[in-house]
Design a protein around this ligand. Structure first.
Ligand code: SCD
Length: 707
């Protein structure tokens, strides 16, 4: 082709294809080509970094003056192990700490509570008292190192223990820097570490914010989170709309209590997930600042500090694959670049082996070094907001901001977030988004390299993943709890706990201030929670899923139809629908997978019951009997499968021997072999396509009935 031909080709493309809309992996359509005309009507243009609406970042100098904080989320079994890991990380270049607590701590149970036994130390550090907190931060100068704590349900006793531990090491609350997540609303929507009902929980949130504003003004009192929505399957627009609606709800609640918008805004921070949709993810972070600045300005905030949205980001856990885990290094690096181009203040990069088990030391180091390389070798900190002015970037930033505002209006018309939680509207939206995404992956419309396309022979998984001996951790915690209880003044503890309960009942006093007195007297996390439970019983929430969507999306897909035909043949043989119970067991509240599988199995022709969260193994068996289940499918993502699944299998064998158990989730091969030797039918690893899950359930029913 000659030059002219080339040029005509280019012009034809520009004229005819520029508006071709590509529906990428997210909800925001992208055009093939953007030009100056795409900037018409975009209202956020022309501002400088550090100026409203802060699209270019919350600070004028951004990374040129201070790079984002490298803040890796970690917690290892017990306080002493975690302390060693924290001190090593700080010595090797980490710039702030971020504590992952185990699930019993999140849910307000001490390690010696039978409801928590199997989960102690499995998914983070176990903290039962201020003594554990002191061990956790031994030799770490809390007046100089900022500490983030992901804590929501049990925020009162855990934050109280942190404040008292700091005081007893000579650091006053005024000197503390860091962040407490303290974002309970998203717990009801996705993360599920709530303890009490939404209304009392909102009082706790507000008491924490008020106390910190007064006593620890350098501490960020809240990290309103979108990350968990993305992990649960929400797209960029839904993630932002829910996060900003939640934040708005908190601000309204605090204003009602008499706090000024200015003061609230100053210590509010945010947390977003950054996934694989590179351009959209950058635009999402920029749009978040634009929309939030508008909301705060409408509410009357005037100062930059109160209007500017500051954020932490984490690369997407959902994008990690168990197949060819080293591919995750590439995914994480590019996601981290999106977070940095989006102007994050703080960042966690995932370890590449996290889809298989808890991260190994090598993988954790590599994840952290990825950020050090970005900061020190790549020049990424030299230019502020380098995407500014890009036709594409500014246009999609504006597009996302508009869609987010529209969706926020829809949420408001549902009666606001608390009402939308109660009616199940929010959970439904997220579940539907997750189901649609799963269908796109399973049908190959959304490519996952090495999983649904470009598969190559399976490489050996890394063999040095971290393993926690939960029983040992629990034994140590139980011993330390017993020692603590012999040394303390029980009368003082009882008096402080009674005052806390009175404060909750009467609506008087600040609950964090009251909890600090309990913890100082050596009341445990579990005891503080139980004192509140006497006033506000533990909340219960029904588990729901919706059928129809998944099957509809895969209707034209031969592999899916084949799987459905296998179910139809089974129905004919049985003369009834095969019955499945999908169950969660223990304190693990990650229920996206369980709900998606429940939806897909229903669409394939099974009769599916979805169990409630936080069931004990015995209760799962009760549910299986009530549901007359042929198969019990347990979803386990917390690492506690050996004890919990093992017990379900053993008890079911006695009480409903005709039912078989399969488990899905993060189960290392060795554990899978052990569980199968002890009666488990099958293990469905992460990344299994839904048709293979359906087929496994069919085979399980057939084998179980034959045996
Ligand atoms: C920064 N500063 C600047 C500046 N850059 N000043 C002038 N010019 C610049 N260019 C100042 C800031 O104003 C601040 O001072 C100080 O430097 C520190 O900077 P920062 O930007 O506030 O950074 P940092 O202290 O790291 O705080 C970042 C956030 C904070 C605000 C985002 O909330 C945070 O660290 N969040 C992390 C949350 C987290 O780790 N979450 C993990 C969740 P002043 O203080 O004086 O203003 C993990 C999780 O949930 C996982 C999943 C699960 O468990 O379910």
């Amino acid at each position: 082709m000659n030059r002219e031909g080339d040029m005509r080709g280019d012009r034809d493309f520009a004229d005819e294809s520029r508006d071709a809309v590509r529906h990428g992996p997210s909800a925001v359509p992208l055009k093939a080509l953007y030009t100056a005309s795409d900037l018409e009507g975009v209202s956020h243009l022309g501002s400088r970094p550090g100026e409203a609406p802060f699209v270019r970042g919350p600070h004028a100098s951004m990374y040129t003056q201070k790079p984002w904080t490298i803040r890796q989320y970690a917690g290892y079994a017990d306080a002493a192990d975690s302390n060693l890991a924290f001190r090593t990380a700080l010595a090797e270049g980490a710039q702030g700490l971020s504590v992952a607590f185990d699930l019993p701590t999140h849910r307000g149970y001490d390690s010696d509570d039978p409801a928590a036994a199997a989960d102690v130390g499995m998914a983070g550090v176990a903290i039962d008292s201020v003594e554990d907190m002191k061990r956790l931060f031994r030799q770490i100068p809390l007046d100089r190192v900022s500490v983030s704590m992901t804590m929501n349900g049990a925020v009162l006793p855990v934050l109280a223990a942190f404040i008292v531990a700091a005081q007893e090491s000579g650091v006053r609350p005024e000197a503390l820097t860091g962040t407490i997540q303290n974002d309970i609303l998203k717990e009801y929507m996705v993360r599920n570490t709530w303890i009490f009902a939404p209304e009392p929980s909102l009082r706790i949130v507000a008491d924490v914010v008020e106390y910190l504003a007064e006593r620890a003004p350098r501490f960020n009192a809240m990290s309103v989170s979108g990350y968990h929505f993305q992990e649960a399957g929400a797209d960029a627009v839904l993630e932002l709309a829910l996060t900003l609606s939640n934040a708005r709800t908190y601000v309204d609640a605090l204003v009602t209590r008499g706090m000024s918008v200015e003061r609230i805004g100053e210590r509010l921070s945010f947390f977003f997930g950054v996934g694989t949709d590179f351009f959209v993810e950058i635009a999402k972070l920029r749009a978040a600042r634009v929309v939030w600045a508008g909301i705060m300005s409408e509410l009357g905030a005037r100062g930059a500090r109160a209007q500017a949205l500051r954020m932490h980001c984490q690369t997407s856990g959902w994008s990690l694959t168990a197949q060819h885990p080293q591919n995750n290094i590439v995914r994480t690096t590019i996601e981290a670049m999106a977070a940095v181009f989006g102007g994050t203040q703080s960042l966690h990069t995932n370890a590449y082996d996290e889809a298989l088990a808890l991260p190994s030391a090598d993988a954790s180091r590599l994840a952290r070094d990825t950020q050090l390389i970005m900061q020190h070798e790549m020049g990424l900190c030299d230019v502020i907001d380098p995407w500014a002015g890009s036709y594409m970037m500014e246009s999609i930033t504006d597009d996302i901001a508009g869609r987010v505002r529209d969706l926020m209006t829809q949420i408001a018309t549902q009666g606001g977030v608390v009402e939308a939680i109660r009616s199940g509207w929010v959970q439904q939206r997220i579940h539907e988004a997750a189901t649609r995404t799963q269908a796109r992956i399973d049908s190959g419309q959304r490519v996952v390299v090495g999983v649904n396309r470009f598969r190559s022979p399976e490489a050996d998984p890394p063999s040095n993943c971290l393993e926690i001996d939960g029983r040992q951790v629990r034994a140590r915690q139980v011993r330390q709890l017993a020692e603590l209880k012999t040394r303390r003044d029980d009368v003082l503890v009882a008096r402080a706990l009674a005052a806390l309960a009175d404060g909750a009942r009467d609506g008087t006093g600040n609950l964090l201030a009251l909890t600090i007195e309990c913890v100082r007297a050596r009341a445990t996390i579990g005891e503080c929670t139980r004192a509140l439970e006497g006033v506000w019983p533990r909340y219960k929430m029904p588990s729901r899923f919706s059928s129809g969507l998944y099957g509809e999306a895969r209707m034209v897909d031969a592999a899916w139809r084949d799987a459905c035909n296998r179910v139809s043949a089974l129905v004919t043989r049985l003369g009834r629908l095969p019955r499945v119970l999908i169950a969660k067991v223990g304190q693990d509240g990650h229920d996206r997978g369980a709900k998606t599988v429940a939806a897909a199995l229903t669409d394939a022709g099974f009769y599916v019951s979805l169990g409630a969260l936080f069931r004990s193994p015995g209760e799962v068996v009760d549910d299986a009997i009530a549901a007359k289940a042929d198969v019990v499918g347990i979803s386990s993502l917390s690492g506690a499968h050996l004890d919990l699944v093992g017990e379900v299998v053993r008890t079911l064998r006695v009480r409903r021997p005709m039912a078989a158990v399969v488990v899905g989730g993060i189960i290392p091969d060795e554990h899978a072999r052990f569980l199968k030797r002890n009666g488990l039918f099958a293990v469905l690893g992460p990344g299994a396509a839904m048709e293979s899950i359906v087929s496994s359930f069919v085979e399980t029913v057939e084998l179980a009935l034959a045996s």
